[in-house]
Design a protein. Structure first.
Lengths: 385, 352
């Protein structure tokens, strides 16, 4: 009965654990060396550690701010302005790049020769040239060629366009605007809920029972539109001779960065979309055509939902790239987080702390994007019941 | 079994913690030397056989890459002066273009030996940033360039306008300070790259560009139509520009400092590239000492005794450097950059 005892150096279970312990130890030692190295070098250069400097006044101004900021605010506040700017361009960029990417991706598969070739040329040009070059071109040869602020282009709806940027109608911040805004949001949410319920009722009981819901939704839509038009206190930009005041101001730097990121990323997204669509087997097209669906409906109802399963993981990478690429903003004078952080680094000499902050902020932004996209991915995967 | 593993784990962890805690004491913090290697940068440079010099590269008159790929300008010449003093060969310089944002990090990390990049000496940079400033080679002040057509006469005319400025500079902070003091609202448009800044200014993105006056003067010349632009008379800051080294490296700092002072002293003594050979046969003890024929002024700081002969032979004295790079090309008067004997601020402590 008594088995011969295996010595521990040949025992597989022990060896596995020892292996893990050794790896862990190596990682810990490397980590300790890095931390030690950093603190020794900081001391050698006479640079103080810690993040206390974030509370001292910044002393520099930022040209394009979405939240209130003045040069007497702290470095921390300046960083926040930068983060908001980065988020502003990244979120808008992701939405617009997705829309453009889907259009171009579908155009790449169009039956129309011209449309197909145009989409191909677009993708190849934007995908194969450096983003920084595109940004410079869009900014220097595009936005800066607009007329100067002393002589802006006047567009409909009180919009002024100049090489300083675009001034558009925008609700002034007042109590009236806030109330109207709440009303609009509430009517949209309520409308969506009622619409869902209507669909469910119709599914269960068929045909015409959804009428009451329909009337309610239309009424909500009317309330929403009225609030949008008359409730909000629209403020039109005023041209004063050498500048434009009031309304919403979008700088040409913001515009150039947004356009650059959208055009560049959309080229990649187009290819992702094309790959996704082509991954859906031909049988699906044929089956839906046999059912009598038109090609537009086939795309929308049959092919695209299936293509999404393939598309979302690579799409996530493109979104992450877009968020990171926004740090090229410094080249075209847009005060994004990266630029503000480096200005602070330059003024305070806290290189390591600033680099660490930059890492944390971009990591956080990208982890949130990943999280959302992974959730979306789970929703579109085949549900095995 | 389990107990045995946890024992092993505990031993390893203890060892790791011990290593982590013990090492700061084991590592001798080299207070005397600043270079990443530990010793003085002076030794590093000499053993490498060339000087790595951080410059601007985009600023005519200070450091600018010309059509032939050669660096010209006052800052570039001071890099050459140091190389000449060390190696008797002004070409033993490796120029490194640095943006305003990168410069201090590059210097602190040891990527460059010395930073000669029209850098303003401020208390914050000298202390908090851990830098050492060699004598000022150019006393500058911040100015404002506007278009002639705009009719802007002074800073008040810039109310509500956009002003192009370079990021990571003292200019950026002075601008904010000055306009806050005058209570004038403005929008800064902050560029990382100087070329991009002046290109945007020329295209009318900003109604004004602000920088050191020497830079504005030099840049104005290279804009498409120089006559369409004017540099306002107003000077609203002090910008003493000079070479910079790392803290805690006195030997290297001394060498850079005294090579710079040497160019001032040479002008004061009237020693030029042209008359260097005649001066060599002088009987004046001050000149003899300065040129290393007597005493050990050079070797005392780890340089050859005749280091100033080498500098003057290859680069010239301060007046010659100024005339060649700033005076002749841009017709910029010496002004406060005259020798102290002529009522300026260029002054060297005695070579004794």
């Amino acid at each position: 009965m008594d088995e011969q005892k295996i010595p521990f150096w040949r025992d597989d279970r022990v060896l596995k654990i020892v292996g893990q312990v050794i790896v862990l130890a190596v990682i810990l030692v490397i980590g300790a060396i890095i931390v030690n190295n950093v603190s020794v070098n900081l001391r050698r250069l006479g640079l103080p550690p810690g993040f206390g400097f974030l509370n001292s006044p910044a002393g520099f101004s930022i040209g394009d701010t979405a939240i209130p900021y003045s040069s007497t605010d702290t470095f921390g506040r300046a960083l926040l302005v930068g983060i908001v700017n980065t988020l502003r361009v990244a979120l808008l960029g992701i939405v617009l790049a997705t829309l453009l990417g889907i259009v171009v991706g579908i155009a790449r598969l169009s039956n129309n020769w011209l449309v197909r070739q145009l989409a191909l040329v677009y993708v190849e040009i934007f995908r194969n040239t450096p983003l920084l070059l595109q940004l410079f071109l869009i900014y220097q040869a595009g936005f800066l060629k607009l007329p100067s602020i002393e002589n802006p282009l006047r567009l409909p709806a009180a919009t002024y366009l100049s090489n300083k940027g675009m001034h558009i109608l925008w609700p002034a911040s007042s109590l009236r605007t806030t109330i109207a805004l709440i009303l609009i949001v509430a009517s949209i949410i309520l409308g969506l809920i009622l619409w869902q319920r209507r669909l469910k009722v119709m599914e269960l009981q068929g045909g015409s029972v959804g009428r009451n819901y329909q009337i309610a939704v239309i009424a909500l839509a009317v309330i929403g539109v009225l609030a949008l038009l008359f409730g909000l206190e629209w403020e039109a930009p005023q041209f004063t001779g050498n500048s434009v005041d009031g309304g919403l101001y979008l700088s040409s730097e913001f515009g150039a960065l947004l356009f650059g990121l959208v055009f560049y990323t959309a080229a990649f997204i187009a290819e992702v979309v094309r790959a996704g669509i082509q991954s859906v087997s031909k049988g699906q097209w044929e089956a839906s055509q046999a059912l009598g669906l038109q090609s537009g409906l086939t795309m929308r109802l049959v092919v695209f939902p299936q293509a999404l399963r393939v598309m979302i993981p690579p799409l996530t990478s493109e979104y992450l790239n877009l968020a990171k690429n926004s740090s090229l903003a410094a080249g075209i004078a847009f005060p994004d987080f990266f630029q503000v952080a480096f200005t602070i680094n330059n003024q305070t000499g806290r290189v390591l702390q600033v680099l660490l902050l930059i890492m944390i902020v971009y990591l956080t932004i990208n982890l949130i994007i990943s999280l959302i996209m992974n959730g979306l991915n789970q929703r579109v995967q085949i549900k095995e019941r | 079994m389990r107990k045995w593993i946890s024992l092993l784990l505990a031993t390893v962890l203890t060892a790791v913690v011990a290593v982590a805690c013990a090492s700061p004491d084991d590592t001798t913090v080299a207070q005397g030397g600043g270079g990443p290697a530990g010793g003085s940068t002076l030794d590093t440079v000499i053993s490498r056989g060339s000087l790595i010099c951080g410059v601007n590269g985009q600023l005519p008159g200070f450091s600018f890459v010309d059509n032939n790929g050669e660096y010209s300008g006052m800052d570039a010449d001071y890099c050459r002066a140091i190389a000449a003093a060390l190696f008797d060969d002004p070409t033993k310089v490796e120029f490194r273009n640095l943006s305003a944002q990168e410069r201090f990090t590059a210097l602190a990390a040891g990527e460059v030996d010395v930073l000669i990049r029209n850098t303003t000496w401020t208390i914050n940079r000298d202390t908090a940033l851990g830098l050492e400033f060699a004598p000022t080679t150019f006393f500058d002040g911040q100015g404002m360039m506007v278009t002639t057509a705009s009719g802007i006469q002074d800073l008040n005319g810039l109310s509500g306008r956009s002003i192009c400025v370079q990021s990571g500079t003292t200019t950026e902070q002075n601008l904010t300070d000055r306009f806050r003091k005058l209570n004038i609202p403005f929008t800064p448009v902050v560029f990382d790259d100087e070329d991009a800044l002046y290109s945007a200014f020329a295209q009318g993105r900003c109604q004004a560009a602000t920088s050191d006056r020497s830079q504005l003067t030099a840049r104005r010349k290279s804009l498409p139509n120089p006559d369409n632009y004017v540099v306002l008379d107003e000077v609203f800051s002090k910008e003493p520009l000079g070479p910079v080294t790392r803290n805690n490296d006195s030997r290297w700092y001394d060498a850079v400092k005294w090579i710079t002072f040497g160019t001032f002293q040479a002008e004061e003594l009237g020693i030029t590239q042209a008359n260097l050979d005649q001066q060599a046969s002088t009987t004046d003890p001050e000149v003899k000492r300065f040129l290393g024929q007597e005493g050990t002024l050079g070797s005392d700081m780890g340089l050859p005794n005749d280091f100033m002969v080498r500098v003057i032979k290859h680069v010239g004295n301060y007046g010659e450097i100024y005339k060649r790079n700033i005076g002749d090309p841009f017709q910029l008067e010496r002004g406060i950059n005259e020798l102290w004997t002529n009522g300026g601020l260029i002054y060297s402590p005695p070579f004794r």
